[in-house]
Design a protein around this ligand. Sequence first.
Ligand code: GDG
Length: 462
Amino acid sequence: MSRLVVVSNRVADPRKPAAGGLAVALGESLQQTGGLWFGWSGTIVEDGPTGEGEMHKQQAGKVTLATLDLCREDHDSYYAGYSNDVLWPVFHNRLDLANFDAGFIGGYRRVNQLFARKLMPLLKEDDIIWVHDYHLIPLAAELRAMGCRQRIGFFLHIPLPPQIIMAAIPQHEWLARSLFAYDLIGFQAHQDVQHFERYVQNEAHGESLGDDMYRAYGQTVRCSAFPIGIDVDEFSALTHAKESRDMYDTMKREYSSRRLLLGIDRLDYSKGIPHRVRAFRELLANYPENRRSATLIQIASPTRESVDAYGDIRRELESLCGAINGDYGELDWMPVRYIHRMVARKRVPGLCRAAAVGLVTPLRDGMNLVAKEYVAAQDPADPGVLVLSRFAGAAEEMKEALLVNPYDVHGTAETVQQALQMPLDERRARHQKLLQRIRDHDVHWWRRTFLSALEGMPQVRD
Ligand code: GDG
């Protein structure tokens, strides 16, 4: 059996309780076969030389964790710069927020080369290499340039934008060419595959060969959608753990005669939180029966605070929530509870279960795991309703949610009202179908199908 080598920007110890489904899924597959997990250590060396980094190796059960420190300059240009200030906004269709600073690309390239150089000596002949996400698009090309012939797969956790938006990135052709150094590319949704296909045909002047195979730049690559899931059983089991039950009981007690609406997101501009809060204000304005009765709890956990756009969204949200509470709040009821902190993972299922409506309304999202977690946490006998943005990858599968256009604040408010009034029979029927779907395509299915497709690729490249 081939050894699995996972490469991602950050590395998690698979023996420790994981913060999310991805770490669980990757940790689990590595634990089974034994394997190597390679990435940045999270340490920034203030005055270190560029393109270098000390490597740390640690054994975690059957898994070897190999991590690299980055110097300040490399970190700022590769991670905060090119990854999060260019690729993240553009891939989420936010050209207006992209900062095409010409200084970033050097660091992005340098760190990918550094990763390749440090990884190369650790590789064995029949390893299977699985690279994750937009930070590492050129990694396979760098490895190939150093003579790596092992099978390499790439999974993009965020959306791939339409060709015309992709083409705004000054280095788009280099990025696209780099993708063809992989054997297999996995996207979250069929729409991403369509965007890839159009780019290949119109921009790269390549062709689709059928059977998910594409040819351009003298290379052939397989590309398919592998929608990521969650560990449904683990998440449902967490619902019954003490912390989660306590959370649920507290919420039910505190809001006994009130309806809870819940949003849980990193405070990222892609998640559409201000639009959602405006929709909630519209709900209170247009359907006054919800005043004193509906409460929106919005958990917005801090993220990437060194990037300017994140400070802006925080200020916008704080002022919006303050204005709604000022306009509609009563001495014994505040419409919005906004929390700018991370909530403990063990409490999340209980919070989801207590909420009558789950609001997952990103402006753009690769998948969105919160949509799946909300469904997994519900009581099947009395489930809440998921209101889901049509622009989340999850909307391709989760058809029984109430789908909304988050830019349409009025329409979203109407749909939330529909969710609040939905009869029990309909709630149960929708929930049952959604639960079945997230069970059929859980995180284990995602990992198995991706890795078996990668293992099925011929090892020798032309
Ligand atoms: C990227 C893609 C894709 C959030 N706040 C708290 C908290 N969370 C947890 C959620 C969920 C996870 O973080 C967020 O996952 P998402 O999928 O919603 O979003 P991204 O972080 O943007 O992830 C996305 C994903 O990769 C996987 O491929 O689905 O489209 O953007 O698990 O529950 N957890 C805790 N406290 C919080 O305050 N404990």
